[in-house]
Design a protein around this ligand. Structure first.
Ligand SMILES: C[S@@+](CC[C@H](N)C(=O)[O-])C[C@H]1O[C@@H](n2cnc3c(N)ncnc32)[C@H](O)[C@@H]1O
Length: 282
């Protein structure tokens, strides 16, 4: 199925697109070329504030006319609408996933993805267990960094949307989306079969207790929680389970403003997105 999406301005979580764009510089910096398994890699079509993610061969309606995307489209090309307006073709990069994926469960912002990849060292060849999939931005970003990702999503409709998002992100081959509740299925997973676990669910504490069995020695678990209460439960469970180096940090960032009157942090609301707890299986 060919899907297209336009830059989305109605962010439904606590983080605005403006913040996310500022964050984008910090996120997903470890990306490798995605293992797309085909030459139909989606591309961005860009003109001023218009920004579409489309597959080669697709047709895209715009307010400036219809764009017909050639099968052999390449980054750097220029495509004209049928009314003669030009769009530039760009290669998709990690932070674009946040703007273009169809949204279900609140997607993680590029800054927090960057922290997870940096703190756990996710790299080519790693096996990652992720829950819940939600929109799939974290899963896709880790796959773009070279990992093979198994991710669980208990909502079947969310899982279907995420599968389409993986195609759009060019990582369908690297992300195995399993429909189901991981708390019910965790005992079926093979011991020591993951290098990293990433958890972005309200019930993460129930899953952290399984980390010593599921992770290789030296592997990491990273838990993202928007609230202090669930973060505390995660920390206590991680300690009881015998994980090491259990550390929690708030992820927060201040955007700077530079204008004629001077330079200072933005007076927009605080950029808190969550608490990130990292622990190690040693
Ligand atoms: C905040 S979203 C995850 C967003 C995701 N990290 C991203 O970057 O797009 C949380 C998702 O976890 C799912 N979920 C919560 N608990 C789960 C569980 N125990 N097993 C599987 N999915 C779960 C929810 O349905 C929801 O879609």
């Amino acid at each position: 199925m060919t899907r297209v999406s336009k830059r989305d301005s109605d962010v439904d979580d606590a983080t605005s697109d403006a913040e996310a764009e500022a964050d984008a510089e910090a996120g997903a910096g470890d990306e490798a070329e995605p293992d797309v398994g085909s030459d139909r890699v989606p591309v961005l079509l860009v003109r001023e504030d218009r920004n579409y993610l489309v597959e080669p061969g697709a047709e895209q309606g715009t307010d400036l006319g219809v764009l017909e995307v050639p099968e052999d489209v390449q980054p750097g090309d220029t495509i004209e609408t049928h009314l003669g307006d030009e769009f530039r073709v760009r290669r998709l990069r990690g932070p674009d996933l946040f703007h273009h994926f169809e949204r279900t469960g609140a997607p993680m912002v590029p800054r927090d993805i960057g922290l997870i990849i940096g703190e756990t060292g996710i790299a080519q060849g790693d096996r990652v267990l992720d829950t819940g999939t939600g929109t799939g931005v974290l899963s896709a970003s880790m796959a773009r960094a070279g990992a093979s990702v198994v991710t669980y999503e208990r909502d079947p409709e969310f899982a279907d949307v995420a599968r389409e998002n993986m195609k759009l992100g060019g990582v369908a081959e690297a992300v195995d989306i399993r429909t189901g509740d991981l708390t019910a299925e965790v005992d079926d997973l093979e011991e020591s079969s993951f290098d990293v676990m990433t958890l972005d669910t309200g019930d993460a504490a129930d899953l952290v207790e399984h980390a010593p069995d599921l992770l290789v020695e030296g592997g990491f678990v990273a838990v993202y929680s928007p609230f202090i209460e669930s973060t505390r439960a995660v920390v206590e469970t991680a300690r009881e389970a015998g994980l090491s180096d259990v550390r929690t940090r708030e992820t927060i960032q201040r955007e700077m403003q530079f204008d004629d009157r001077g330079s200072r942090p933005s007076t927009a609301p605080v950029g808190h997105t969550g608490y990130l707890t990292i622990a190690r299986n040693v």
